[in-house]
Design a protein around this ligand. Structure first.
Ligand code: AP5
Length: 308
């Protein structure tokens, strides 16, 4: 199964992905988690993404696609994967199509999780996460008066609130979702991959709904079509044929020989040229001077002597 979970911030993509991981034994790939990890480690990518995420905007397509390409090259995705929070723009979806097309493993299902905006804002305001295990909780579904700690980790570390889960950023994230991510509904709809679920209600009930659509005839047919898709290896740029080393060496040697011969000839010419010119000058100028002198003497003899 190669699945995309689409949905607005707070629609439950992360929560349901973790459950699908248990059910199908395939990894969850969350671009939000990958970016948060880069921010926490202070990598160059993380430093670039930090302010963009805090403002509720989208990190640029090239960065996210590069991150996904690296992740899809890891061996644990061979059996399938759940993409959570990716793609988020048409350019990302087209990039993903190209990547998967080249390995002959197209998507098998895209599920759009619909939740009304008021519920999204409530869920995001109550969200708390564990930095240790990555599990996501909500203070509204915790027993009243319970400590806000991770019940799954042995030392029960305190849960934290994501820096982008404040009111102003949430409003921006919802706007960005409508403008840049919602168009993917049409994109995948046209490809016959999209199924939509109502993602309001109990978490367990939504999981069952999700598993239902992933096992539906529509998804089964998409998987069958995907199995028949060959790898589009030709889509990758063919590498230029390496020229045989011997030839290159021979060529280089010949070139060097020619150029050194040319240099020697040029030097010799340069040295020879002034001598030839000087001789020629000497030949030309010498007789002319004699002729001029003889003519002057003749003129002197012939000239009548002035009377005193
Ligand atoms: P990301 O981490 O992906 O955030 P998001 O898409 O905004 O989604 P959320 O994680 O907020 O919500 P979710 O749908 O996973 O809901 P959850 O299960 O946690 O991205 C963060 C930022 O990174 C982006 O703003 C952007 O800057 C950047 N980024 C990430 N991917 C990118 C990309 N591809 N391109 C560019 N930039 C990218 O649930 C929410 C809460 O509700 C939880 O508390 C949960 O316990 C609770 N809950 C879940 N289900 C239910 C239910 N049925 N009933 C009641 N409560 C529920």
């Amino acid at each position: 199964m190669r699945i995309v979970l689409l949905g607005a911030p707070g629609s439950g993509k992360g929560t349901q992905s973790q459950r699908l991981v248990q059910r199908f034994g395939i990894p969850q790939i969350s671009t939000g988690d990958l970016l948060r990890s880069a921010v926490a480690r202070g990598t160059p990518l993380g430093m670039k993404a930090k302010d963009v995420m805090a403002a509720g905007k989208l990190v640029d397509d090239a960065t996210v696609l590069g991150m996904i390409e690296e992740r899809l090259a890891e061996p644990d995705v061979a059996k399938g994967f759940i993409l959570d929070g990716f793609p988020r723009t048409i350019a990302q979806a087209e990039g993903l199509d190209r990547m998967l097309g080249q390995i002959g493993k197209p998507l098998t299902a895209v599920v759009q999780m619909e939740v009304p905006n008021a519920e999204l804002v409530r869920r995001i305001a109550g969200r708390r996460s564990c930095q240790n295990c990555g599990r996501v909780y909500n203070i509204y579904s915790m027993p009243v008066g319970a400590a806000v700690v991770c019940p799954s980790c042995p030392d029960n570390p305190p849960l934290y609130q994501r820096p982008d889960d404040n009111e102003a950023t949430v409003i921006e994230r919802l706007k960005v979702y409508e403008a840049q991510t919602r168009p993917l509904v049409g994109f995948y709809g046209k490809r016959g991959l999209l199924q939509t679920i109502d993602a309001t209600g109990e978490v367990d009930a939504i999981t069952e709904l999700l598993i239902g659509v992933l096992n539906s005839p529509v998804a089964a047919q998409a998987r069958q079509v995907a199995r028949a898709v060959p790898a589009r290896k030709s889509a990758a740029k063919p590498k230029p044929k390496p020229k045989p080393k011997v030839k290159v060496k021979a060529k280089a040697r010949a070139k060097a020989r020619t150029s050194s011969r040319a240099k020697t000839q040029t030097k010799a010419k340069a040295r020879a040229r002034p001598k030839v010119k000087a001789k020629a000058k000497a030949k030309k100028s010498a007789p002319r001077r004699k002729v001029v002198r003889r003519a002057a003497a003749k003129k002197k003899k012939q000239a009548p002597r002035r009377k005193k």
